[in-house]
Design a protein around this ligand. Structure first.
Ligand code: TRP
Length: 470
């Protein structure tokens, strides 16, 4: 009996390593989830989509789609104990299902590289702005001057390239060191600091006096501002912010120890991710409203409005610097998760060292990222679609609005309809019948149907028409 236990335990490990505890898995997943999505995208999408209406749909998507899909991903990873491609393959084989299901793992390999390629560009700006804020460059500045500073920075591809390359290099360095000495080390350092800084920012934001305005802004559900784009943006963002729909959380799940249920982990991850988005949003809008500034700056919210607001508030250089440092930690712990599906897969396939694979993935990401670096200057106007999207926007929208929800849909169908229920239930470690019934209905019906409904609502108009010369 004992011996048996020992052998199952030995086999029940991933070749890439294991998180030291369930708690570390949760922290790692939170690190992956909390990122630029929460702090850079979320506030500007709120601004773009009209605040509360977007927020409400986003919360509904998190509950109806995010929860079941994330649980499914983690379960598949933990059962497979390999990269997403091979974990899916393993389960498909065991249950006599087609090998083609593993294609969704491939989508994640590619998706991770594409997302990191533009993600690292913004992360690079964040690093530059940490330095800029601390240096006192924004103290007492006017909004127009702050805008000019951003424009000047973006006009120079070399400078963007420098910071973008530094970010990729740091990610590759940590990822190459492996699950325990790299990923886990990064998480142990960054996550506590991240939470401390978030609380500091909230207190600072509240102290500036714009807090009630920002609460009203976020929770005032004004549906008149809703457009065709709002549902698809909210759903895409729900996927993006939770890191689901491309196997990142599946890869992390493969290193999750057996003890502990998946659903409690998912609950914690989702609640923390959503809280961070709300708190960070409240903090940012508070300082913006305290200065009587507008939220309509879209992308400029984080890089023009926020620095201007900080620059005109007491101790703004320090708190502004700390704010960007906070965003930097968040971006870093997300960045490392984007490469894991690809790295784990190629290590399994080529049976070579993780260092080599990490460097190779880093180089590929870097080369692809050049298109996004240039999207703010040389390739700014790249008119092969009527919306004038540049590469950066195309990569962002193609993954966020399309790839993640589609892969999420396929994962839901695979787990809900093509795996035996007892296996799934055991994998999730759900004891209560009620919880199981809710979950299985969610993964079989609620999540897939919600995804399809949102697509039907707004897909064609925005994503097919522009390319057909509409
Ligand atoms: N969730 C992260 C954020 O909000 C980004 C991210 C990390 C991600 N890993 C991912 C997005 C995997 C999609 C898929 O910034």
């Amino acid at each position: 009996m004992n011996e048996n236990n020992v052998t199952t335990k030995v086999n029940d490990r991933s070749q890439h390593g294991m998180w030291s505890s369930k708690m570390l898995f949760v922290l790692a997943a939170v690190g992956s989830a909390v990122g630029l999505g929460n702090i850079w995208k979320f506030p500007y999408m709120m601004a773009e989509q009209g605040g509360g209406a977007f927020f409400l749909i986003y919360l509904i998507c998190i509950a109806l789609i995010g929860f079941p899909v994330m649980a499914a991903e983690i379960m598949v990873g933990r059962e497979g104990r390999m990269s997403p491609v091979n974990s899916i393959l393993k389960l498909a084989r065991e249950h006599n299902r087609s090998k083609s299901w593993s294609l969704m793992g491939w989508a994640g390999v590619v998706g991770g590289v594409v997302i990191l390629s533009f993600y690292a560009v913004i992360a690079g700006w964040i690093m530059f702005y940490i330095w800029r804020m601390f240096s006192g460059e924004f103290t007492g500045i006017e909004a127009a001057a702050s805008g000019e500073k951003l424009d000047a920075f973006l006009a120079n591809p070399w400078q963007i390239l420098l910071w973008f390359s530094i970010f990729i290099a740091i990610v590759v360095f940590f990822v190459a060191r492996g699950v325990n000495k790299g990923l886990e080390l990064a998480i142990r350092i960054c996550m506590p600091l991240l939470f401390v800084l978030l609380i500091v920012m909230l207190i600072y934001g509240v102290a500036q006096g714009g807090f009630m305005d920002s609460v009203r802004y976020m929770f005032d559900f004004d549906f008149s501002k809703m457009t065709w784009e709002t549902p698809v943006a909210a759903m895409g963002h729900a996927f993006f912010t939770l890191s689901i729909g491309m196997g990142a959380i599946m890869a992390y799940g493969a290193y999750m120890p057996r003890e502990g249920s998946v659903k409690s982990a998912v609950g914690i991850i989702i609640v923390i991710d959503t809280l961070v988005a709300i708190v960070a949003g409240l903090a940012i809008f508070s300082i913006v409203f305290a200065m009587n500034m507008e939220t309509t700056q879209k992308v400029g919210l984080l890089f023009v409005t926020a620095p201007t607001a900080f620059g005109n508030l007491p101790l703004g250089a320090i708190f502004g610097g700390l704010f960007f440092l906070f965003v930097g930690f968040a971006a870093f712990t997300s960045g490392i998760s984007l490469t894991e599906p690809a790295i784990a897969y190629f290590v399994e396939k080529f049976k070579t060292s993780r260092v080599k694979i990490a460097v190779a993935i880093g180089v590929i990401t870097w080369v692809l990222g050049l298109l996004s670096v240039l999207s703010f200057n040389l390739l700014k106007e790249f008119p092969f679609n009527s919306e004038n999207w540049n590469f950066f926007e195309i990569f962002d929208k193609a993954t966020t609005y399309f790839l993640l929800p589609v892969v999420g849909l396929i994962i839901a169908v695979f787990v809900g309809w093509f795996l035996p229920w007892d296996r799934v239930r055991k994998g999730l470690e759900i004891q209560s019948d009620l919880a199981w019934n809710i979950w299985i209905v969610a993964i079989r019906f609620v999540a897939p149907i919600s995804i399809l409904v949102v697509f039907a609502f707004s897909f064609h108009e925005k994503f097919i028409a522009p390319f057909l010369g509409g």
